[in-house]
Ligand binder design. Structure first.
Ligand code: NAD
Length: 449
């Protein structure tokens, strides 16, 4: 009922941030006409000029190609929304203290949409919402213009589950979860994704069921990483390589698959894992249900930058240096490998701790925008890897981007101090790289390694 049979569909994507720009580009790639709306004028100007502020492999080309082909149009004006068959909402839903939803973006977007949606349209919420909030916040706002949800327009929740760094390939292949306000809305949303991207669609029932799938994913990931981090701390006590332990532990079959312990690291950051579990905690707490695993996992993961800074100071001490006498080059500032995103990055507390301890710190990340880095870190990023590592006593690799994996280690050794340690905050260097580092005279230390 809420999706026309027409051969050509038109979609409007509201919010062209990380998620919205990827979704808009993938929908346009499928041949659909897409109008992208964002209130950030600078972002729209950048996109129109073929520049993409998110470091996502393939995204700038995909956006530029679809803009040039006329399948994608980006604007700050909501006018074009009424011409779309489907309206996808992808504005930010950040959270404040322990999961309190910051409603500003979703409220403003829904208020504006209520003036532009028309009868027969399907609205799809991709933004992550605490369970129940699409029903009690989004729908009343959308109905503000007089149309009634389920009667005049359809509404479904299809929470976005992509990971930054591999967003496009995941969007093209990952199953899409659908929860409909009513059966017609769910059916229309499922048909839309099948036609648009051709991926598997999982219809889970209500809006809240779909909201919970997204939150369950991130609750599990955060919890699992906390387990890996604590495992790493224990392995370190016995000089056991945590990666060997995890690889072997993961071979045992449980349920429908194997155990899948993820990897330890300098910490968990980004705009999702640091707030989504708290959104579940808050929702339950407000209904007098106390969840204990969420605060525990958050506390463990939040402790990791401090733990990593301790490893760096420890390695410097082994070289006979106090932090105040040493230079540390922090390589990789983003919140995880192969992205340039600095939101809630765990590398910031590491840099802060080292600077407070008196160390000279140089920072470099090839994927991060230099001005963004300066705003976040309060210091200018080195202009190149060579400049950052020059004379360093310790290289702290806190995001292992592909660019760093390709570095010539022998040439690197020439630029650093005669004794130099590598602290691998992602614990991902393969054994043969560690052997090579040691052969070249670097000391190596990883998290749980
Ligand atoms: P973002 O902050 O990068 O983008 C949000 C965009 O919405 C911004 O460009 C902003 O200018 C725009 N916006 C704000 N108010 C608007 C309005 N009234 N009208 C139109 N545009 C408006 O956020 P994001 O990382 O893309 O996340 C979007 C949603 O997807 C969030 O709910 C987030 O939790 C969820 N999510 C994010 C990821 C991720 O990896 N980043 C993954 C899965 C889900």
């Amino acid at each position: 009922r809420f999706l026309p049979d027409a051969e050509e569909l038109t979609a409007a994507v509201v919010g062209l941030g990380y998620v919205g720009s990827c979704v808009a580009a993938v929908l346009a790639e499928s041949g659909m006409n897409v109008i992208g709306v964002d209130t950030d004028h600078t972002l729209i100007d950048e996109l129109e000029a073929g520049h993409c502020r998110f470091s996502e492999a393939g995204l700038p080309e995909l956006i530029a190609g679809n803009l040039a082909a006329g399948r994608l149009r980006v604007t700050t004006d909501y006018e074009g929304v009424s011409g779309a068959d489907v309206v996808v909402v992808a504005v930010g839903t950040p959270a404040g203290d322990r999961g309190v939803l910051v409603e500003t973006q979703i409220r403003a977007a829904c208020d504006e949409l209520s003036k532009h949606i028309r009868a027969g349209q399907l609205v799809i919420v991709k933004s992550t919402m605490p369970p129940g909030r699409t029903r009690d916040l989004v729908i009343p706002l959308l109905e503000g213009g007089g149309l009634v949800c389920g009667r005049d327009f359809g509404l479904a929740t299809c929470p976005e589950r992509l990971s930054e760094g591999v967003a496009l390939s995941e969007l093209r292949t990952f199953p899409i979860v659908v929860g409909g306000w009513c059966e017609d809305s769910g059916t229309a949303a499922a048909a839309f994704w099948r036609r648009a991207v051709g991926v598997e669609v999982i219809v889970v029932g209500s809006l809240e069921a779909a909201e919970m799938v997204k939150l369950a994913d991130n609750w599990w990931i955060d919890h699992n990483i906390a387990l890996a981090n604590e495992l790493a701390k224990v392995c370190a006590l016995f000089e056991v390589d945590v990666l060997n332990v995890i690889a072997a532990a993961n071979t045992i079959a449980k349920g429908s698959g194997n155990v899948n312990i993820l990897l330890p690291s300098v910490g968990v950051g980004g705009s999702c894992l640091t707030k989504d579990p708290w959104m579940v905690w808050r929702t339950a707490h407000e209904r007098n249900v106390d969840l204990h695993t969420i605060p525990a996992a958050r506390e463990v993961n939040d402790s990791m930058p401090h733990y990593t800074a301790g490893l760096i100071v420890d390695e410097l001490a082994k070289l006979g240096k106090k932090p105040g006498e040493a230079k540390v080059a922090v390589l990789g500032l983003a919140f995880k490998n192969n992205t340039g995103d600095l939101r809630a990055t765990p590398t910031l507390p590491v840099v802060t701790a080292l600077r407070e301890a008196g160390a000279e710190v140089a920072v470099f990340d090839p994927l991060v925008n230099a001005d963004e880095a300066e705003k976040t870190f309060g210091m200018r990023m080195a202009a190149s890897l060579d400049e950052a590592v020059s004379g360093a006593d310790c290289l702290a690799v806190l995001a292992l981007h592909r660019e760093f994996e390709a570095v010539d280690l022998a040439a690197l050794k020439e630029r650093v101090a005669p004794s130099c340690a590598v602290v691998d905050g992602r614990a991902y260097y393969p054994r043969k790289t560690i052997d090579r580092l040691r052969e070249l005279g670097f000391a190596y230390r990883g998290i749980g390694r």
